[in-house]
Design a binder for this molecule. Structure first.
Ligand code: ZN
Length: 474
């Protein structure tokens, strides 16, 4: 069975194919760094990580980009043309700090959490503030092509110039006009038009550009410009949380298609919200949990990883502390599969060679069929969990156990939450290379040198090339 994915844009499931053979270009909407992300935010990021790992399991080279929004995301983000305060600046004012200091601090916390949750480093983590020129260029192209217009130092996208506006979310321009989801703004030609560039002398993070001296980008144009700069005009997959569908992705689709003349993404995928205690998490209920809260209750980050990816990404899942206790027990059972396999491989009792071959094949087939069906994790996990009973019953041969162990490592290269007890040497090398790349990107030269020294100690020679880091054993 080939990989089938559900496309939010066509509202249907179809076989996955790529623009370029063997290569997947994937853009994931990342966090707005104005506070420590809560566990609900991580559901969407972990979904992107599992998707990337599954594509790699299938043999694709994945060029993954996950941005960091460090400017321009306003507080009232249910409107296409958000109003209110910039989320980063609001926090900077509350904490009486410089906004750049705020984004640095919360970016560091985000990256720390992502590493603890076992998320693989993407090819790039662009920060919006580092792509201002590309955004301006795209806005200028939209004006030139008649899809955007200037009013003083503000620039708006003309939604009537793109008949497909509303296709992803199902919001029709006329309904938007009639409803209350658009801001009353005399400057705009149509109430549903949204800002590409805003001007505000009081804004703390602002840039002097062709549009004026005190401008900053709209949130939506950021992702369109960063996707183009790093992945090109067309990507295979674009992901986000369900809250990104409207307005963020609807606006991205319009801007990119109009500026580039081609659709931005072939497939749009959205992860559902996480429920906490059976409902929406809220400050008043005191259940807006973060990873440190979960660890503070005695759980490991991998327990949370399992909890957040165990359901199908398009279904509601719930988080409670009682569920976390169940998660811990269930993960112990998965770890036990590895323990039982190691016992056989270390010379323990086993059935005759060849025994249990069909059991293993059924587990592998079931896992792959589940994952290939739009990442149906419950089906995939049930197939994997099916290996435990035959192991407890002692019905696997030693040769089958060896193959089972090799495959379990492979399955865990996707899942990333089982303790298989034998981290492969390659995985260790890759992890160190990723750590060095991340440290270099953060200009943390001491950490980058430390990672390089650790690699040297393992007898690994590395070489930086335009295509990335290449390594070999000495
Ligand atoms: Zn985005």
């Amino acid at each position: 069975m080939t990989f089938h994915v559900y496309n939010s844009l066509t509202r249907s499931k179809a076989p996955f194919s790529t623009i370029e053979d063997g290569v997947v270009r994937m853009y994931n909407c990342g966090p707005t760094v104005y506070g420590r992300p809560h566990i609900g935010n991580y559901r969407s990021f972990l979904f992107a990580d599992i998707l990337r790992r599954w594509l790699e399991y299938l043999g694709y080279e994945v060029r993954q980009v996950m941005n960091i929004t460090d400017v321009g995301h306003l507080t009232d983000d249910t409107e296409a043309d958000s109003s209110g305060e910039d989320k980063v600046e609001a926090r900077a004012r509350a904490e009486k700090k410089d906004p750049f200091e705020i984004t640095r601090e919360y970016t560091a916390m985000f990256l720390e959490d992502m590493a603890a949750l076992g998320v693989k480093e993407p090819m790039a983590r662009p920060k919006a503030t580092e792509y201002i020129d590309e955004m301006v260029e795209m806005v200028e192209a939209l004006i030139e092509k008649g899809h955007a217009y200037r009013v003083g130092e503000n620039v708006y996208f003309d939604v009537t110039s793109f008949p497909e506006y509303g296709r992803l979310s199902g919001n029709r321009v006329d309904d938007l006009e009639a409803g209350k989801r658009v801001e009353v703004n005399e400057e705009k030609r149509h109430p549903a038009d949204f800002a590409l560039w805003k001007s505000d002398a009081a804004h703390l993070m602002k840039w002097d550009t062709v549009f004026g001296a005190d401008g900053f980008p709209g949130w939506h144009i950021e992702c369109s410009a960063m996707a183009k700069a790093l992945l090109g005009e067309r990507v295979d997959i674009h992901t986000g949380g369900e809250d990104n569908v409207f307005p963020h992705h609807e606006c991205e689709i319009a801007q990119s298609a109009c500026a580039n003349g081609v659709p931005l993404a072939e497939v749009w995928m959205h992860a559902k919200f996480l429920q906490v205690d059976g409902g929406k998490m809220s400050k008043s209920l005191g259940n807006v949990y973060t990873l440190p809260d979960v660890v503070g209750r005695g759980f490991e980050p991998r327990h949370l990883r399992f909890a957040l990816v165990r359901g199908h990404y398009r279904t509601q899942i719930n988080f409670t502390w009682a569920i976390m206790d169940e998660i811990r027990a269930r993960l112990e059972n998965l770890d036990e599969i590895a323990v039982l396999l190691h016992r056989i491989l270390d010379g323990g009792a086993a059935a005759a060679d060849g025994a249990g071959r069909e059991t293993l094949t059924a587990a592998i087939d079931g896992f792959e069929a589940g994952m290939n069906d739009d990442l149906n994790m419950p089906v995939a996990l049930a197939a994997l969990e099916g290996l435990r009973k035959p192991l407890l019953d002692g019905t696997l041969g030693a040769d089958v156990a060896r193959d089972a162990m090799a495959w379990l490592e492979r399955a865990n290269s996707v899942l990333g939450f089982i303790e298989t007890g034998a981290q492969s040497a390659d995985a260790e090398v890759e992890a160190l290379i990723e750590a060095r790349t991340a440290a270099k990107a953060a200009k943390d030269w001491a950490a980058a040198d430390a990672a390089r020294d650790a690699l040297t100690a393992l007898g690994i020679e590395i070489q930086d090339t335009p295509e990335g880091v290449v390594w070999r054993r000495r």
